[in-house]
Design a protein around this ligand. Structure first.
Ligand code: ADP
Ligand code: MG
Length: 348
């Protein structure tokens, strides 16, 4: 009976999963997969209050806008800092995702949030999705979604560990029996590494560079472990003394030194979580390894360094940037099986 209701319902509603990341927002549509993968940036015309661009188009404008346009990242440290803009962004992406497949009911929406965010913050996400047109909003903790996306046996009595290093936050979580057993969320992730690089270059080379330049350097030559061949990158910035443009060459060793303290904080936090995890689960994690997701998993040498520090195998999940969205998709495709792992709705 229930099956028939579910099938009937499926015909009339398109359901979507949203990974509302500080750096990237992904949208999964049930039956289709990931249809949107865009930077979480919105450009707003301050004179008219209208949204001028969303996603990659808006990201191009970051740091390059005239006074009446502002390009903003509405999420900071994993939580909504600009409510209205977040809502606009969600509405835009939802309608883009559902384009052409508008159905009778509004969509059921599952949104991923960092572990340990407050009720007020969860409420803000819920409201933003509702106002953006969702009929039903469910919240999933991102490490749980990531674990599902990586196909870890989250419902089983087996411990799984996930480290999700994104733009604003790193989520570290140990999962068993459909719940989060231990977790830690720290505001040290990709954005922090970018600002580490900016500060380092300012103090070592007396040059001011922008955030996007720092990010490209990190991605191009960033690494956590020394290697035999040096990688270099030419960067352009403003000389702090003359005020004029200047170029310098920086190496992977510079980047390593710049980001080391932040990377170490993440490693220490993983250790802290392990220290308070029950022994049976530790034994599972030692056996199965730690799974890394998020853009930070791609930082060269990071998985190896973590493995070396905690003495547990570390695996980089395949396609680490899409794990959370794929995990939200797993729930949408089989809602009955997975609904209990969602954060319970506080208004029901
Ligand atoms: P969020 O979930 O917060 O939106 P993501 O998981 O999408 O974050 O990861 C984005 C972060 O990953 C950014 O800070 C980006 O600079 C970083 N990143 C992406 N690719 C790489 C790479 N190859 N090396 C290091 N960092 C990377
Ligand atoms: Mg993320």
């Amino acid at each position: 009976m229930f099956d028939r209701i579910a099938k009937f319902y499926n015909l009339f509603s398109s359901d979507i999963g949203i990974d509302l990341g500080t750096a990237n927002t992904l949208v999964y549509v049930r039956g289709q997969g990931i249809v949107i993968n865009e930077p979480s940036v919105v450009a707003v015309n301050q004179k008219t209050g209208r949204v001028v661009a969303v996603g990659s188009q808006a990201k191009l404008m970051l740091g390059r806008t005239p006074s009446h346009i502002s390009a903003v990242r509405p999420l900071v440290d994993g939580v909504i800092s600009d409510f209205e803009v977040t809502e606009e962004m969600m509405a835009y992406l939802m309608s883009k995702a559902l384009h052409g497949s508008r159905k009778f009911f509004g969509p059921r929406v599952i949104v991923g949030v960092p572990s340990g965010i407050t009720n007020v913050e969860t409420r803000a996400v819920r409201d933003a999705a509702k106002n953006a047109g969702a009929r039903e909003v469910h919240i999933i903790e991102e490490p749980m979604a990531a674990a599902l996306g990586v196909k870890l046996p989250v419902l089983d009595p087996v411990g799984s560990m996930v480290v999700d290093m994104g733009g604003g936050t790193t989520d570290i979580a140990v999962i068993s029996l459909g719940g989060i057993v231990q977790s830690k969320n720290l505001k040290v992730a990709g954005d922090r590494l970018n600002s580490d690089i900016i500060s380092y270059i300012r103090s070592q080379f007396k040059i001011l560079i922008g955030e996007k330049t720092a990010e490209s350097v990190k991605i191009a030559i960033g690494s956590v472990l020394p290697s035999t061949d040096t990688a270099e990158s030419i960067i352009k910035g403003r000389d702090l003394i003359t005020g004029l443009p200047r170029e310098v060459i920086i190496t992977d060793a510079d980047v390593r030194e710049a980001v080391y303290p932040s990377v170490d904080m993440v490693v220490e936090s993983v250790k802290e979580v392990l220290e308070i995890t029950p022994p049976e689960i530790i034994s599972d994690v030692m056996h199965r390894g730690i799974f890394m997701v998020g853009g930070g998993a791609l930082l060269r040498g990071f998985p190896e360094m973590l493995m070396e520090s905690v003495k547990i195998p570390v695996h980089v999940a395949p396609d680490p940037l899409t794990a959370v969205a794929r995990g939200a998709g797993v729930v949408l495709e089989d809602f009955e099986t997975y609904q209990d792992i969602l954060i319970q709705n506080d208004e029901e």
